[in-house]
Design a protein around this ligand. Structure first.
Ligand SMILES: [Fe+2]
Length: 248
């Protein structure tokens, strides 16, 4: 082997090693890592856990510009519904409630976009703002009770693989006590702050304070240059029943 070839090979191996150390550190165990190695072996790139909203969804500025209207409508909601799927609760307080405006299953078929008339009428300013975001697929207010943490889960493949999930912090108590965990990496919620993450990966939300945490959740079409999500398994019958019965 020529000297230059040998040097290139050594540098290449060092680079691979650095990448592996970096990637491996975000997963919990060797078993978890194996799942992601499979994607690499199949030539599939791994999408990041989090994104900067200013880079991929600058249109979300409209939500910050009208933050006070959204917060005011969220605070007056009285028709909160318990999330219907119990496997999201890992014990302790089980206080997770939602107020949905829009859903779309599967999220790559915009003919399935369905607005919920009852909730939209109760929050007309928020609805008007949401309808100005073209890539929107899901929208709901989400209220996580005091000292509540959701179980680790992945989104449904018929939604999460086609979108990225956005949280706008409306009422976030404490400092670095409420946030998101995605594949071992944590980002905190803050009031008037937007988090964007890939909910096709294993994730959970937590509230470690004695007060409720309120966010606006929206899903936006996944940009074409970001790999599709890796979730397996569609949404459940419990969710279909919830959607069809909760706000009729
Ligand atoms: Fe989730």
């Amino acid at each position: 082997m020529k000297e230059n070839d040998l040097r290139d090979e050594i540098e290449g191996l060092q680079l691979v090693d650095k990448v592996n150390v970096h990637e491996r550190s975000v997963y919990e165990s060797e078993e978890d890592w194996d799942i992601y190695e499979e994607y690499e072996e199949n030539g599939r790139p791994i999408a990041p856990e989090y994104y900067d909203w200013r880079e991929i969804y600058p249109e979300l500025q409209i939500l910050l510009d009208n933050f006070d209207d959204i917060l005011q409508e969220a605070e007056q909601v009285s028709h909160w519904k318990e999330w219907p799927e119990n496997h999201y609760r890992e014990g302790g307080n089980q206080d997770w409630k939602v107020f949905p405006f829009l859903h779309c299953f599967p999220a790559n078929d915009t003919s399935k976009l369905t607005w919920v008339p009852f909730t939209c009428e109760l929050c007309p300013k928020t609805t008007t703002l949401l309808k100005q975001i073209p890539a929107l697929r899901t929208a709901l207010f989400s209220r996580l009770g005091p000292n509540t943490s959701l179980s680790t889960h992945t989104g449904w493949e018929d939604l999460a693989n086609f979108v990225l999930r956005v949280h706008l912090g409306l009422k976030v108590p404490g400092h670095e006590k409420c946030g998101l965990w995605v594949e071992g990496k944590v980002e905190y919620h803050k009031t008037r702050h937007i988090n964007v993450f890939d909910d096709s990966k294993r994730h959970k939300a937590f509230n470690e304070t004695d007060e409720e945490r309120l966010v606006l959740i929206i899903d936006l079409e996944r940009p074409a240059d970001i790999p599709p999500g890796t979730a397996k398994g569609g949404h459940t019958e419990e969710l279909d029943l919830f959607i069809s019965n909760a706000f009729c």
